[in-house]
Ligand binder design. Structure first.
Ligand code: GLY
Length: 570
């Protein structure tokens, strides 16, 4: 492991395979602790997962126990994005130390660089996004298992129990879930078995998932093996064979979650702890925060979310997306220049290229040590703190809502379409319009580049903010805006989350995206267009889940854009 210091940035470049780490579990992880906060808190995507967390805290569980219960519950009650058939990242701050577990999906062993190209070398539309071929080897169960084994205080069976209850006995369906299922089903076009599992969803009715309850039962009894081997693995293998997918029992048996060093940097008197590659999110977030700091004089006195503000932020985002497309991929396969991309001198140079008055010409914004793809924007995030001051920021995904639209027959597991986050052909945009380079080309066992940015901020060694959101390539631009709202514009937490957000990502040329939650029209739209930008509805609003800690006081906010619930549990 090597730790490199560049200015105030500390970037530790290393990965630690999970194999054998049990021997190194620090004793403090399970030692009794004193409460330091007024309560534990959660900001989660739905009320059932909040109830599950509350139950876990009442049993004496910590932030990691609650997180595992939340994640498994969301796999049942928030099936559009919560999952055991996908993958994600968990940033942990435990007893004053940062950790990060990467449980991102991997490409199957039989995957090839050209698997989504036709005989003329052209990308076959939709093939990486829907159906059996779109599925990456799921990592969620491995990640949750490793995290709970390392840091949990309760028995594994106790943290799985709430999810089993909701799958076996059912939960009452909300209208938003029905709408999302109806929208997703149009994309799947009857080509998958989606309707067989989710075609009968009705708002206000109880929905049971007996097959999923049985899978969770096996996971409860056998841990990760209940997913990656035995009956569950057999069922996934047969479903894949039947549908023409690539994942086999061997892929499942070989899957491993990886402990990595999170990225850490000083910013605004805080320590920011965030996601390393294979996420692009941490690097991008740090670049945005630091570039904005470097151009402080240009931002001074500029009104929040005014045309000039949106122009300046877009200029920063342009540069971040140029780097992202060129240099980022799975660090186990490609040497990502993390230290260079987050180096103070480099960031200052990039910031100096910002044109304060007009959009920089797109093709002049090359990757800075020397492109952009669409990405699905869904995903889900939760933030958790326990009364001992430990924190978890977790973002996980099946990519689009309901992933590939494939449910492994006999399991109720909704399978991801994370293969779409690879560049199917370098230079060709993916579903979110972001373009990729060879760094993110498909290879067996490789993890696709992600934007997920589960972030924790600390001050004087104590967690003070836990934040994240879904949104594909909008994730880090959304977190950046909420942080700017809070710390530069001094907005109260709820306002900082509620304020409208916008997004630019180099391509399409000079396009600023707005959210359906807050369409940009009228004078504001005219002001932005007059600066040379085109406005476009991005068709998706984020879902920030954030917890702020101030001394002993804990405040949690769920984005008004979703059906999330935030709760402080005393
Ligand atoms: N699939 C969304 C992401 O990984 O960022």
């Amino acid at each position: 492991m090597s730790t490199q210091r560049f200015g105030t940035f500390v970037v530790t470049l290393a990965t630690v395979a999970t194999t054998g780490f049990m021997a190194t579990v620090p004793a403090y992880a399970k030692a009794p602790q004193h409460s330091v906060l007024a309560g534990s808190a959660v900001a989660v995507a739905d009320k059932y997962s909040a109830d599950a967390a509350e139950q876990i805290f009442k049993k004496g569980g910590n932030a990691v126990d609650a997180s595992v219960a939340i994640a498994l519950t969301l796999a049942v009650t928030y099936p559009e994005a919560g999952n055991i058939g996908g993958g994600g990242f968990m940033t942990i701050y435990m007893n004053g130390k940062p950790y990060f577990i990467d449980y991102r999906e991997r490409a199957p062993l039989a995957a090839t660089k050209a698997m989504y190209l036709d005989k003329n070398g052209e990308v076959i539309p939709g093939m990486s996004a829907f159906g059996y071929r779109a599925v990456g080897v799921p990592g969620t169960v491995a990640g949750l298992w490793e995290a709970q084994k390392r840091f949990g205080k309760l028995k594994w069976q106790e943290v799985v129990a709430p999810a089993i209850h909701y799958a076996r006995d059912g939960f009452v369906v909300e209208q938003q879930l029905v709408e999302r299922a109806a929208d997703a089903s149009k994309d799947f076009g009857g080509k998958t078995n989606f309707a067989q599992y989710f075609g009968s969803l009705k708002a206000g009715q109880n929905f049971k998932q007996p097959e999923l309850a049985a899978v969770l039962g096996r996971i409860s009894q056998q841990g990760a093996k209940g997913f990656y081997s035995g009956k569950t693995a057999d069922l996934i293998d047969s479903a894949m064979k039947k549908g023409g997918g690539l994942i086999t029992k061997n892929d499942l048996a070989q899957y491993k979650a990886v402990w990595r060093q999170p990225l850490e940097a000083d910013w605004n008197s805080f320590q920011v702890i965030t996601a390393p590659p294979p996420s692009s999110g941490g690097i991008a977030l740090l670049q945005l925060l630091k570039m904005k700091e470097a151009r402080k004089a240009d931002f001074a006195g500029v009104e929040h979310n005014s045309p000039q503000y949106m122009h300046l932020v877009s200029e920063l985002e342009k540069r971040v997306f140029a780097d992202r497309a060129q240099y980022l991929g799975d660090p186990d396969f490609y040497k990502v220049p993390v230290a260079q991309l987050t180096n103070e001198t480099y960031i200052a140079k990039r910031a100096s290229e910002v044109n304060p008055t007009a959009p920089s010409e797109t093709k002049s914004v090359q990757a800075g040590l020397g492109t952009a793809m669409p990405e699905k924007a869904e995903t889900t995030h939760f933030s958790v703190v326990d009364k001992w001051g430990n924190a978890v920021s977790n973002t996980y995904t099946i990519n689009g809502y309901f992933g590939s639209g494939v449910i492994a027959d006999g399991t109720g597991i909704v399978l991801n379409d994370e293969m779409d986050d690879f560049s199917a052909k370098p230079g060709v945009p993916n579903m979110l319009g972001v373009v990729g380079s060879d760094a993110n080309a498909i290879e067996p066992k490789k993890r696709p580049l992600s934007s997920m940015t589960p972030t924790i901020m600390t001050k004087d060694g104590k967690a003070v903010l836990v934040i994240g959101t879904p949104g594909g390539s909008r994730i880090f631009t959304s977190i950046f805006q909420v942080l700017s709202n809070m710390y530069d514009f001094k907005m109260p937490l709820k306002e900082a989350v509620g304020a409208f957000r916008f997004h630019h990502q180099l391509l399409p040329v000079n396009t600023i995206f707005y959210e359906p939650y807050y369409p940009i029209v009228g004078e504001l739209a005219k002001g932005i267009e007059a600066r040379g930008y085109t406005l476009k509805d991005q068709g998706f609003s984020g879902d920030i889940q954030v917890i702020k800690i101030d001394g002993q006081k804990v405040d949690a906010v769920s984005d008004p854009r979703g059906r999330g619930v935030s709760r402080v549990i005393h």
